[in-house]
Ligand binder design. Structure first.
Ligand code: AMP
Length: 253
């Protein structure tokens, strides 16, 4: 696991030591190092750049600067980042960019995002809809506590992105309501919370139904030992990005 820190990407190139007797200040270099990272740096599809502007995001947050380039390259990723850091867009944007850059002829489910709670599933679904508003990509939320029937239709039609809580998604898989054999990307969001809530067995069963060759991203606020085992078994040479909120003064936004 290669470790990056979210901070590295915001600090810019290291400055050269000043000469003993300074002549003229190399202000060009300083201006370059002080450059604020921009969404344009990622080379995202213009429909996504437009949605980012409409959402009012001016600059990427540290977790976005650190993880979006890794996500776009399709490298497996472990992001240690809490809610409030902008982590949702950090995985939503590379996923939407991939779907737009690699269209398929027949509609099928290509992305699964697993979340611990229905509230988070709704928030992530809204982020896909908001950032994908200038595209035809469709997202559906799947969670318990509501009738299965209403969720079946989009799943059977092969909706591109499913954002789901583990138990209900497994119910649908077991009833044959969804075909996950074409899934290319999977996200485990707030993985530590899912483990605390006892979701490890359904998560493992869901991951077993997905193609072995896929892109996986895992986000977690903390890093428990059980998580390391899950990562070892299900991720492929992941890159790790830690965004230290204390170093950022308690808030990333
Ligand atoms: P999250 O950590 O993903 O739950 O995001 C927290 C909030 O930050 C959400 O309301 C996002 O819409 C917002 N957000 C995400 N990225 C940015 C950004 N680059 N600039 C400003 N707000 C953002």
């Amino acid at each position: 696991v290669r470790r990056d820190t979210g901070q590295e990407f915001t600090s810019g190139p290291r400055q050269q030591r000043e000469p003993a007797t300074p002549t003229r200040r190399p202000y060009c270099r300083e201006e370059k190092s002080a450059r604020v990272p921009s969404f344009a740096d990622f080379g995202l599809d213009p429909r996504l750049e437009r949605a980012v502007r409409e959402a009012g995001y001016q600059t990427p947050t540290p977790v976005q600067s650190a993880t979006i380039p890794i996500g776009i390259k399709g490298i497996d990723l472990i992001g240690t980042a809490q809610t409030g850091t902008g982590k949702t867009a950090a995985f939503v944007l590379p996923i939407l960019h991939h779907l737009l850059s690699n269209p398929v002829a027949k509609p099928c489910t290509r992305v699964i995002v697993v979340t611990p709670t229905r509230e988070l599933a709704e928030q992530v679904t809204q982020a896909f809809r908001q950032l994908g508003k200038f595209t035809k990509i469709r997202t559906s939320a799947v969670y318990g506590g509501v009738a299965m029937g209403a969720q079946e239709d989009p799943l059977r039609r092969g909706i591109e992105v499913i954002v789901a809580c583990p138990g209900r998604l497994l119910d649908h898989i077991e009833r044959g309501n969804t075909d996950l054999s074409h899934v290319e990307k999977v996200v485990l969001d707030e993985a530590d919370r899912m483990l605390d809530m006892g979701f490890l067995p359904p998560i493992k069963r869901i991951l077993k139904t997905l193609p072995r060759k896929r892109h996986s991203m895992l986000f977690s606020a903390t890093f428990a030992p059980e998580l390391a085992k899950l990562i070892e078994e299900h991720l492929d040479s992941p890159r790790r990005v830690d965004v230290d909120l204390r170093a950022l003064g308690g808030s990333a936004l």
